[in-house]
Design a protein around this ligand. Structure first.
Ligand code: SF4
Ligand code: SF4
Length: 383
């Protein structure tokens, strides 16, 4: 993998970084032939301006699209935001402007079809957007962020956006509280898509200014100063995890991969090139420290285990001063745990599965967390 130092989106630095990533992996002709259908999978979790650092910066998307066009390919900018209307979200994030400038489509991922998965996959009824499976190459363009539920959202997690719209929330609901199970789903999606697409997935990570704290939407901008490129996003995620100061053992994605004995779990120090050493660590990062039920796997088998789980985990709470009454949280909560009247919101914690989607999708940062008993105990023990 290649890590290049870039501190700004201005000037030609982004274009040169994206070009250098293609060169590092043998040149763009290794990936794109004349007529190739290339899907640029941006991070459009919801409609935010680029300076919020929630979505992939348009300069990264533009640079990748231009190279594909120069090679004779047909790039399409695409994603499926969790809740906001696609056109408005893509406009706000600057993707529509890039598409207009280059004369290429910017489209919502729709039309779910079954994803072929390996026999040893954990999930066998995954559906992703048809356009994803009909592409010759996916250029995966994630934003480098921390994540309130999954600790980090990097290359592999960005492919979850290939699951169409509200079906994402259904997965959160079906998989429930267990992060390592959700991480296992992410592995199946990433594995399945990279096997299905002819030239696979090339990941180009926008970490120039990413996010820390309560990502993927409610955190703060953080200047990682990096553009990263990898043909194996899982290896990249694990290396970046360590460089973000997080122990691999604490990362749900690593836990899921370790259960499958995946070779990427032990990143090879020899495969790193560019401007950062393997020992580099970004200092001062605010990593969300939520309680993890993976330390208590027997809970769900106990009588009253579900009640116990819910008491132990952090719960969403409403901040009415910030609420604009848009109703997005209630509209997307698959558990039916949110009742909203104007800007007055109440949670049914008996129904709430702690998927944190409402927090993720709230455009006003009006949903935060109140520590559960497990988190309180961990804080107490750390004193
Ligand atoms: S209330 Fe929020 S955290 Fe609870 S199930 Fe609904 S969307 Fe998920
Ligand atoms: S809490 Fe957030 S998502 Fe829910 S109604 Fe208020 S502003 Fe909208």
């Amino acid at each position: 993998m290649l890590l290049l130092k870039r501190d700004s989106y201005d000037g030609e630095g982004i274009e040169s970084a994206v070009a250098a990533i293609f060169e590092y992996f043998g040149g763009i002709e290794n990936f794109v032939s004349p007529g190739s259908r290339v899907l640029l999978k941006v991070n459009l979790v919801a409609g935010h301006r680029p300076d919020r650092r929630v979505t992939t910066d348009p300069s990264v998307v533009r640079a990748a699209a231009r190279l594909v066009l120069d090679a004779g390919g047909h790039p399409v900018i695409a994603d499926s935001p969790g809740i906001d209307g696609f056109a408005r979200a893509a406009q706000k994030a600057g993707f529509m402007d890039v598409a207009g400038e280059l004369g290429i489509p910017c489209v919502e991922l729709t039309d779910p079809v079954p994803l072929p998965v390996a026999p040893d996959a954990s999930f066998h009824k995954i559906e992703v957007a048809r356009r994803v499976l009909e592409s010759d190459l996916i250029i995966n363009l994630p934003k480098m962020k921390t994540h309130a539920q999954m600790l980090l959202t990097l290359g592999v997690k960005n492919m979850f956006g290939c699951v169409v719209a509200q079906r994402k929330a259904e997965w959160h609901y079906n998989v429930g509280l267990r992060r390592e199970v959700f991480a296992s789903l992410l592995l199946d999606i990433w594995n399945g898509i990279r096997s299905a697409c002819g030239a696979g997935i090339l990941t180009i990570m926008d970490g120039v200014i990413g996010m820390d704290g309560f990502g993927p939407t409610g955190g703060n901008p953080f200047p990682y100063g990096v553009v990263a490129g990898a043909t194996d996003a899982l290896t990249m995620d694990f290396r970046l995890c360590r460089m973000m100061g997080v122990r691999l053992e604490d990362y749900p994605l690593w836990q899921a991969a370790a259960l499958r004995h995946m070779p990427q779990c032990d990143p090879d120090e020899g495969d790193l090139a560019g401007d950062f050493s393997a020992e580099h660590v970004w200092k001062g990062l605010d990593i969300p420290r939520l309680d993890s039920l993976s330390v208590l796997p027997v809970l769900s088998r106990l009588p009253f285990g579900k009640i116990l789980e819910q008491a132990l985990t952090s719960r969403p709470v409403h901040l009415p001063d910030r609420c604009v009454g848009c109703g997005k949280c209630a509209g997307m909560c698959r558990a039916g745990a949110i009742a909203l009247r104007g800007t007055t919101l109440s949670f049914d914690y008996g129904k709430c599965i702690r998927c944190y989607c409402c927090h993720e999708m709230c455009p006003a940062n009006a949903i935060e967390f109140r520590d559960g008993l497990l988190r309180k105990a961990m804080k107490f023990l750390r004193k």
